[in-house]
Design a protein around this ligand. Structure first.
Ligand SMILES: CC(=O)N[C@H]1[C@@H](OP(=O)(O)O)O[C@H](CO)[C@@H](O)[C@@H]1O
Ligand SMILES: [Mg+2]
Length: 558
């Protein structure tokens, strides 16, 4: 890098020293920590996003959020030009940048990386980073640190999009790079118009089925509530009551993570809501779960990401079947779309069984949406979801091209039949559902449209299959990196011996399944267990947690 660039960087980096003794890692979802520790990290991620923009000659994104974590935490992550997560091969560089002890080390790292990756640092190529934050107050000063980082790279500008949901920011990055308008208005417009299109093609018999029509949404006191309020104004076919819009404490006793893990009624909901369809978003609105409240109790019936995935898969499969069937019942061989479903080991075993029974191809990846997203993008239509409610449907370019053509053909030859409607429905889904990442707002509209299409109540949807009882625990250990896993995190390869012990324990339980893995966002080992009864799942999880403690705990005996 030239002297001018060096001096700009040395000057700005000297104002953002990393907190001593703190080692951060990019993890499953970027850097996360107590907000007071993050200023230098965010500054450096600003540099990273700027370099990525120069290298790819495209717009990148920087999002400041700690999602479902407590309000005092914050975090930062980069959106790649596609709108997806930062390319995995940049993560070690992200770690090194964040942990560089002083400005000179930082510059040396940048020099080496820029050489290796062929990134010109002389300001010859302009770049741009879109940045946004969630509603955390600490986001205000962290955005400033990010801007300093971005603009300390010559030729790169920072465009502050303000307070946005994480999926909105990723959507905007993707749109900009596809040459489309990236405004928030256009985002709402695309979602609401494709939703209207889906409603228009609802089968006749189900149009006026108004049972339990109101949807009540818990906004987790985060960014999603307000955004949903805005979106709502553009929808006429849906009655939505938005609660927890930001007056209470973010993520405290509310939100998708709380509802999914605790399976109890979130704050702001009560007995008057029994019988209604309810949904929870998380703090940055990239997760969605549904639930209903059981009468006279604090308990809920949870309809999680696995069931949203199942509903989507069923609908997509139905539309594909209509579209590829010839009038006389034979299958049209012109295009056999590859439909794939992607889950993680946390998916309830009953959902996997159900999806396979439907004849779908189901594959597994490690936890973290970057892995699921990548896998799903290998299909013509790839549907992925984590049980916690993060997921989306990806459509390949070649499939969309074929679909556009088929739609054109059908609109002139088969007017009025189901086939053109199926093509239009699939095209509408591809516009409604966020192609950059899981998005609770677009996911919610698609769930609502499909329930209307099927004429189903939430109860009927929930009856698709019955979840196997499960239990999740966290165990604090001396060093969670001592655990390494294989086969999409279902088998522990290190420390030696623990997997045999887990197997022996699991074998004692009918329909037992259990795995452990180090969390990518918290300093814990997670234990997941499933069995034929809740007592059995609890007991299996507890015994395996004890095993983890024996092998890796503070008084380890193995
Ligand atoms: C069991 C669980 O819910 N794990 C979550 C959690 O990751 P961990 O690596 O398990 O901490 O946060 C991730 C980011 O939000 C999310 O992708 C993932 O599904
Ligand atoms: Mg989130």
């Amino acid at each position: 890098m030239n002297e001018h660039q060096r001096s700009i960087l040395l000057h700005s980096a000297s104002r953002f020293s990393p907190p001593p003794g703190v080692k951060l890692s990019y993890g499953t979802a970027g850097f996360r920590a107590d907000a007071s520790l993050l200023e230098s990290t965010v500054f450096r991620v600003g540099i990273l996003a700027a370099l990525r923009s120069i290298q790819t000659r495209s717009v990148t994104g920087l999002m400041i959020t700690a999602s479902h974590n407590q309000a005092s935490d914050n975090g930062v992550k980069v959106a790649d030009p596609s709108g997806g997560m930062l390319s995995q091969h940049w993560e070690p560089f992200a770690d090194a940048l964040a942990n560089a002890a002083d400005p000179n080390t930082l510059l040396q790292l940048m020099d080496d990386f820029a050489k290796k990756e062929n990134i010109p640092l002389e300001g010859a190529y302009g770049g741009e980073v879109l940045l946004a934050r969630d509603t955390r107050p600490s986001g205000i000063f962290l955005v400033e640190a990010a801007k300093q980082g971005i603009t300390s790279i010559m030729g790169v500008s920072a465009t502050d999009m303000g307070v946005m949901t994480t999926p909105q920011l990723h959507w905007m990055v993707r749109s900009r790079n596809n040459g489309m308008e990236a405004s928030e208005h256009y985002y709402y417009d695309q979602l609401s118009s494709s939703f209207r299109c889906l409603m228009e093609y609802i089968p006749q018999g189900n149009r006026n089925n108004n049972v339990n029509d109101k949807l009540i949404v818990d906004g987790s006191d985060g960014v999603g509530g307000e955004k949903l309020e805005n979106l709502k104004k553009m929808l006429s076919d849906l009655s939505i009551d938005v609660r927890n819009r930001g007056d209470g404490v973010l993520n405290e006793g509310v939100g998708a993570d709380f509802v999914q893990k605790e399976k109890v009624v979130p704050r702001g909901f009560g007995p008057v809501d029994v019988g209604f369809r309810c949904a929870s978003l998380d703090g940055d609105a990239d997760r969605l779960v549904y639930f209903s409240i059981q009468s006279n109790s604090n308990k809920i019936v949870l309809v999680d990401g696995d069931k949203i995935l199942s509903l989507f898969a069923l609908f997509i499969k139905e539309q594909l079947n209509i579209l590829t069937e010839e009038e006389d019942g034979k299958v049209n061989k012109s295009y056999q779309a590859r439909l794939g479903v992607v889950q993680t080991a946390y998916a309830n075993g009953a959902s996997t069984y159900y999806l396979k029974q439907l004849g779908l191809e189901v594959v597994f990846t490690p936890t973290g949406v970057k892995y699921l997203h990548e896998k799903a993008s290998e299909y013509d239509i790839g549907i992925y979801f984590e049980a916690n409610g993060h997921g989306t449907i990806l459509f390949s370019e070649s499939f969309l091209c074929w679909l556009e053509g088929r739609n054109y053909e059908l609109s002139s030859t088969s007017k009025g039949s189901e086939q053109p409607k199926a093509a239009l429905r699939l095209l509408a889904v591809s516009k409604l559902i966020n192609q950059a990442m899981g998005d609770s707002l677009s996911g919610l509209l698609l769930v609502e449209a499909i329930l209307k299409h099927m004429g189903w109540s939430m109860l009927k949807w929930n009856e698709l299959y019955h979840d196997l009882p499960s239990k999740q625990l966290k165990v604090k250990v001396v060093d969670r990196t001592a655990v390494s896993t294989a086969n999409a995190e279902t088998v522990v390869v290190r420390p030696v011996g623990i997997q045999d012990a887990i197997n022996a324990e699991t074998a004692k339980y009918p329909q037992g399944r259990c795995f452990i893995r180090p969390s990518g966002t918290e300093d814990v080992i997670r234990v997941y267990a499933e069995a034929s009864s809740q007592e059995a799942a609890d007991s299996l999880a507890n015994s395996v947690a004890r095993l983890v403690d024996r092998f890796l705990g503070f008084n380890a005996t193995e």
